[in-house]
Design a protein around this ligand. Structure first.
Ligand SMILES: Nc1nc2c(c(=O)[nH]1)N[C@H]1C(S)=C(S)[C@@H](COP(=O)(O)O)O[C@H]1N2
Ligand SMILES: [Mo]
Length: 415
């Protein structure tokens, strides 16, 4: 049998490569079904790369992926190497965001695939007296804790500057789905710092990622030594997935997403102040209302402020009828104490019922009864936290569109 499309070298190459990989898989005892399942599970690139030790460029290229996990359109809005969680997908789910639905924000073009057998965490700098490296296995033997915390991108809500200030800002156009809450398990960074003889004179600590751009961002020694600043190896009871930083990522509780460095390979502790482009040029507030803070162009973003979101599609439709209008509110500085909801663009407000659990630096689920009649609605929610933060009606513009925590309007049509 001769097929004409096999005259095309690329198609020919691809077909033969698939055949070769499948034959290798069979030799290794995989059934065709298992093999296909493996591919579908997203482990395909890694699996095929292992099966093909050397020469298949075509297959190896697949290992260099921007995102590893599947991104079904009912779960995510995709923007290049970023996945925004669809809020309506949380409606049927619980307190935690499952790993498969957790947003992804990658600054580098590809997810680094790290081998835990050879991966090392190098801890060094003028702030430590016994610099050394740690293996994955050693970290797993150290004391660990599990905490439930939000991670939220500093740019979450960026799109709403267009509504509030008529300005389209470059950068990932998040609505409000650049956040997730998970249970993170890991070793307190303090445990590691103590083992390298951290000095009393240590001032700043900067974890660095092994992705192409070597993303790094400093924190104070006080934050580094906090009980809930962790070297995370598990997420919601699963081994940390590649997209979220396998083998190890930082959890810097309450701080903006960029602080939670993924694929950590090195940590510098210094007696001097540390800087990177991620706390001087990016992830700082730049604008007429903000003072430069040399060498930073503006105040460094640290904790996340208060925000709220409805578990509904953007500009979508819902059928008429009695329902619970549901959403969640969160704060990077405390717990949510109060949430109010408006169905009419902020003219009238009613209190929302808060549902347990309501955890610090995570979020709270809430709802109001809604007898939805056909028509167009401008839904709003505003929350307050235990530290006295309340969502303002408007916030000043900043050039990069960070930290949009003002009340937003969520338009919805009841049919
Ligand atoms: N090494 C590294 N760490 C990183 C990033 C990155 O691009 N590289 N992105 C940061 C940003 S901007 C955010 S919002 C969070 C997103 O974490 P997630 O992808 O697990 O949701 O990771 C942070 N850690
Ligand atoms: Mo981010």
């Amino acid at each position: 049998m001769h097929r004409k499309d096999l005259l095309n070298e690329e198609i020919y190459d691809r077909e033969r490569a698939d055949e070769f990989v499948w034959k290798r898989a069979k030799v290794l005892g995989l059934s065709r079904r298992q093999f296909i399942q493996l591919l579908a599970a997203g482990a395909g690139a890694a699996a095929t790369a292992n099966l093909l030790p050397s020469h298949r460029k075509l297959v190896a290229a697949e290992a260099d992926r921007a995102i590893i996990k599947p991104a079904p359109p009912e779960m995510f809005l995709q923007n290049g190497s970023n996945l925004e969680m669809r809020w309506e997908a949380m409606y049927t789910r619980g307190y935690l965001v499952p790993n498969e639905l957790f947003f992804v924000r990658n600054n580098s073009p590809a997810v680094p695939r790290l081998d835990p057998a050879t991966w090392r965490l190098q801890v060094e700098g003028s702030g430590v007296s016994r610099p050394r490296s740690f293996s994955y296995d050693e970290l797993l033997t150290m004391p660990s804790i599990s905490v439930i915390r939000a991670i939220e991108c500093a740019g979450n809500g960026r799109n709403f500057f267009q509504v509030s200030h008529g300005k389209k800002i470059a950068g990932t156009p998040w609505n409000l789905g650049g956040i997730g809450v998970a249970e993170w398990t890991g070793v307190p960074l303090r445990e590691v710092l103590e083992r390298v003889g951290v000095k009393r004179s240590a001032r700043d600590v900067m974890p660095e990622g092994l992705d192409e751009k070597n993303i790094k961002r400093p924190m104070s020694i006080e934050k580094a030594m906090a009980d809930d600043t962790l070297l995370v190896y598990a997420m919601n009871g699963h081994t940390l997935p590649p997209d979220h930083g396998f083998p190890i990522r930082m959890l810097v509780s309450g701080w903006v997403g960029i602080a939670h460095i993924k694929w950590v390979g090195r940590i510098e502790a210094s007696e001097q102040s540390l800087y990177s482009e991620y706390n001087t040029k990016k992830y700082v507030l730049i604008g007429p209302e903000y003072e430069p803070n040399p060498p930073a162009l503006g105040p460094m973003l640290t904790t996340q402020k208060v925000k709220s979101a409805f578990e509904l599609p953007w500009n979508g439709e819902v059928p008429s009828g009695k329902r619970l209008l549901r959403g969640r509110s969160w704060s990077g500085e405390g717990r949510i104490t109060n949430v109010e909801v408006s169905l009419d663009g902020g003219q009238t407000w009613q209190p929302a019922r808060l549902r347990e659990p309501n955890l610090d630096l995570a979020w709270v689920r809430w709802d109001v009864d809604w007898d939805a009649r056909p028509g167009n609605y401008k839904l709003q929610a505003r929350a307050a936290d235990s530290e006295g933060n309340t969502q303002p009606d408007r916030i000043p513009l900043n050039e990069e569109g960070y930290s949009h925590w003002a009340v937003v309007t969520h338009s919805i049509t009841v049919t």
